[in-house]
Ligand binder design. Structure first.
Ligand SMILES: [Cu+2]
Length: 290
C-alpha cells in the first residue's frame, strides 16, 4: 500500500513538472499598414506601422511574452507592395509577404530581453518609414515601461514613398518621437512615463528604430542594464546615460531610492525638439511617490 502511494505520488510529481515546463503558445497578428504620421506641428508625413489589428495607429505594436513562450505570429500585408518581415537576430529568412498576403512565423523565446521586428525591404527605407516594432520577453512581474524611439526627416518620407532616394549620410531629422508620439502626448502616455514608489523594481524597455544614435539620460536615478542587444557585456552596469545604436535595444532596471519628479530625455539636444521647438521631442517625466 505504501509503495502504491509512492508510485502515485511520483507519477503526480512527474506530470506536474512536465506541465510546468510546458511553455505557452501566444498567438498574435501584425498588420502592415501605410498611412501618415501626425507631427507635433499638425503636419502629416507618409508613415507605415505594424499594428495589432487592421486599423492604423501611430504606435507600432509591442508584443509581450514570458520567457519560454512560443510566439505564433501571423503577419498580414495590407499594402500594395511586397514587404519583408524579419525579427532581428532571430528570424532572418527574408520572409517576403506579397501585397495582400500573409505569412506565419513560429518562434520560441528562451532569453529575456527586447527584440526588434522590422521590414527588411530595401533596408533601411521601410524600417525608417516606420515598420519597426518590438517584442518584450519578460522573466519578472514588475512594472514595465516601453519606448520605441525614432527620428524623422519629414521631407524624406515623401521622397522615399514616391520612389526617390536619399543620401543617408546627410540625415538631419526634424521630428523625434517615442512610440510614434510627440509632445504633449508623450508626457501623458502610460507606457512611456515612469511612475512608481520608492523601493519598487521598475523595468524600462528602450529600442532605437531610427537611423541616428540615442543617448538617453535619466535625471534623479541610476539604472542598471539588464539586457543590451549590442553589448551583452554591459549587463550589470549602473549609470544614468545610455547610448543606443540604430536598430538596437536595452532593458534597464530602476529601483528608486527617493521620491521625486525628474525628466528622462535624449541628450542629443536636437532630439528634445520637434520642428525646432523644445520640448517637442524625446522628453518624458518620471514620477516617484514615497
Ligand atoms: Cu539630462
Amino acid at each position: 500500500m505504501k509503495n502504491l502511494f509512492k508510485i502515485f505520488f511520483c507519477t503526480y510529481l512527474i506530470v506536474a513538472s512536465l506541465y510546468e515546463l510546458k511553455a505557452n503558445t501566444v498567438s498574435n497578428s501584425l498588420y502592415i499598414i501605410g498611412d501618415s504620421l501626425q507631427t507635433v506641428n499638425g503636419g502629416k508625413i507618409p508613415y507605415f506601422t505594424f499594428n495589432l489589428n487592421n486599423s492604423f495607429s501611430q504606435k507600432n505594436a509591442i508584443i509581450e511574452l514570458n520567457v519560454g513562450d512560443s510566439l505564433n505570429l501571423w503577419v498580414h500585408n495590407t499594402d500594395t507592395i511586397t514587404h519583408i518581415f524579419d525579427i532581428k537576430g532571430i528570424v532572418s529568412t527574408n520572409n517576403s509577404i506579397l501585397a495582400g498576403d500573409s505569412i506565419n512565423v513560429l518562434h520560441q523565446f528562451n532569453t529575456a530581453g527586447l527584440y526588434l521586428f522590422y521590414d527588411a525591404t530595401n533596408f533601411p527605407v521601410y524600417s525608417y518609414l516606420g515598420l519597426a516594432g518590438s517584442i518584450v520577453v519578460k522573466d519578472h512581474n514588475h512594472a514595465s515601461f516601453f519606448w520605441n524611439t525614432k527620428e524623422h526627416q519629414s521631407v524624406w518620407n515623401t521622397t522615399l514613398t514616391t520612389g526617390g532616394s536619399v543620401v543617408w549620410n546627410n540625415y538631419q531629422p526634424d521630428f523625434f518621437t517615442i512610440n510614434g508620439l510627440s509632445h504633449p502626448d508623450i508626457i501623458t502616455d502610460p507606457q512611456i512615463n515612469i511612475v512608481g514608489n520608492v523601493g519598487d523594481t521598475i523595468l524600462v524597455y528602450i529600442s532605437n528604430t531610427g537611423r541616428g544614435m540615442r543617448s538617453i539620460h535619466f535625471h534623479g536615478y541610476h539604472a542598471e542594464i539588464k539586457f543590451s542587444s549590442k553589448y551583452p557585456n554591459h549587463v550589470g552596469r549602473s549609470k544614468d546615460t545610455f547610448p543606443i545604436h540604430s536598430m538596437e535595444t536595452v532593458v534597464l532596471q530602476i529601483i528608486p531610492d527617493k521620491p521625486g519628479e525628474y525628466p528622462v530625455h535624449e541628450h542629443n539636444l536636437i532630439a528634445v525638439t520637434g520642428n525646432n521647438f523644445y520640448p517637442n521631442g524625446m522628453f518624458s517625466i518620471t514620477n516617484i511617490q514615497p
